[in-house]
Write a protein that binds this ligand. Structure first.
Ligand SMILES: [Fe+2]
Ligand SMILES: [Fe+2]
Length: 170
């Protein structure tokens, strides 16, 4: 996956997490965790390189400055009581500014950048982004296959677990 496709893919996750956090403030932590990791990786594997190209430098610096503003909004919201009636307003403000930033990247910055990097470089950066994302956000563990459960074990007993507890009590 090239870096631009990888970034747009993660934008999709950010938009979903924002929508979920609007109806469930408990999702706010997950939304901001993804957002901060997104900025870290986007700067390292994309904007740090874009800044070195004169024609793109201004847009790159502007985007990174917007990351700083988003992180200030996160800090402000983070210190706010979760049960306060204004907390959802804080989430809405963060989401609106973030959505504007993502839209601008997708409409202007990314198409221009696609012309500035070679396909090979876009793919190399994309691979690094995907690897870093898995490390920073945690790799999803494989699911236990259906049909495996305690009650379906040896004779339906939870023997080993029961013995363990019993022996502790003696
Ligand atoms: Fe960004
Ligand atoms: Fe982005």
């Amino acid at each position: 996956m090239d870096i631009i496709s990888a970034l747009v893919d993660h934008h999709g996750t950010l938009r979903q997490l924002y929508q979920k956090s609007e109806s469930d403030p408990a999702v706010f932590e997950e939304f901001t965790r993804h957002l901060v990791v997104h900025h870290t990786m986007e700067e390292k594997y994309f904007y740090d390189l874009l800044e070195q190209i004169a024609a793109a430098r201004h847009d790159a610096l502007e985007a990174v400055n917007e990351h700083h503003i988003i992180e200030l909004i996160i800090k402000d919201a983070d210190g706010f009581p979760r049960d306060h009636e204004n907390f959802p307003i804080k989430i809405e403000g963060l989401g609106e500014y973030t959505t504007h930033h993502l839209d601008e990247e997708e409409a202007a910055v990314f198409p221009a950048a696609r012309q500035l990097f070679s396909d090979e470089d876009l793919n190399t950066l994309g691979k690094l982004f995907v690897e870093a994302k898995a490390k920073l956000l945690g790799v999803a563990l494989p699911e236990v296959p259906g049909g495996i459960s305690v009650s379906a074990g040896k004779g339906g007993k939870t023997a080993a677990y029961g013995l363990g507890i019993g022996s502790l009590k003696k």
